[in-house]
Ligand binder design. Structure first.
Ligand SMILES: C[S@@+](CC[C@H](N)C(=O)[O-])C[C@H]1O[C@@H](n2cnc3c(N)ncnc32)[C@H](O)[C@@H]1O
Length: 223
């Protein structure tokens, strides 16, 4: 794995550009803006209307931005979150400490750094409302059943990582969700939406974040 380098996106927040995958970790139109729109607004907040406890699975911990925004949202709303993040290629603590998310969100960096310092394969409580388990493994290996309320499906794009958008992996994700659970992703490709529908998801095309027409929310409708 070659190192990823820090880039500035249009909302002023950092992202990473991966040399190995030849792509960026977030939209160049704005990393914080994108994560907030797709993962927090279209999933976390919708579920938090009716639930006081949420279990979330993330494909690709990466910069930790989705986990950090979820941690802040959990505290803001008084919702207890159990967060599981899968990451095959973790970034270094040294690189994480250069990311400007806490500064832009006007927070002290301690909690954000803690998310990165927490050891892999160990569940840790970052706050009474937020526990996290980071698993250093390949997302293709997941094996959960009716476990999560939300999946943040944040792999690199299907043309870059087709193996992570395969019917088999999407099916595993479906199984991992509880009935009425949400899978949310920035990806709005027809092939992905057709696969999700074929598995049994109810697929919604929602307005995308700035710079992107659409995003996808797929619901595991209870039968
Ligand atoms: C689009 S980036 C998003 C990262 C993260 N959600 C963030 O906000 O920074 C995709 C992430 O998936 C990770 N990844 C790539 N292939 C993976 C795999 N097979 N299993 C688990 N993680 C993987 C990458 O290292 C990267 O961190």
């Amino acid at each position: 794995m070659k190192d990823a380098s820090i880039i500035l996106t249009r909302d002023g927040s950092h992202s990473l550009a991966s040399e190995t995958f030849d792509t960026t970790y977030h939209s160049i139109h704005g990393a914080i803006q994108e994560s907030q729109h797709i993962f927090i607004n279209a999933a976390f907040r919708m579920k938090a209307v009716a639930q006081q406890e949420l279990s979330i699975l993330e494909l690709g911990f990466g910069t930790g931005l989705n986990a950090y925004l979820s941690y802040l949202e959990a505290k803001r709303r008084g919702v207890a979150v159990a967060y599981t993040a899968i990451e095959a290629y973790p970034i270094s603590l040294q690189q994480a400490s250069q990311l400007n998310y806490p500064e832009l969100l006007q927070r002290k960096p301690k909690a954000f750094l803690k998310l990165h310092q927490i050891h892999w394969e160990q569940e840790k409580k970052l706050h009474r409302l937020f526990k996290i388990e980071k698993l250093k493994s390949d997302f293709q290996q997941i094996d959960y059943e009716n476990h999560f309320d939300i999946v943040y499906f944040d792999a690199f794009a299907p043309d870059i990582q087709p193996e992570l958008w395969s019917p088999e992996v999407l099916e595993k994700t479906y199984r991992a969700l509880k009935p009425d659970g949400f899978l949310v992703t920035y990806c709005a490709k027809g092939i992905v939406k057709r696969r999700l529908k074929a598995i049994g998801f109810l697929v919604e095309a929602l307005k995308g974040p700035p710079g992107k027409r659409e995003m996808t929310r797929a619901v595991k409708v209870s039968s």
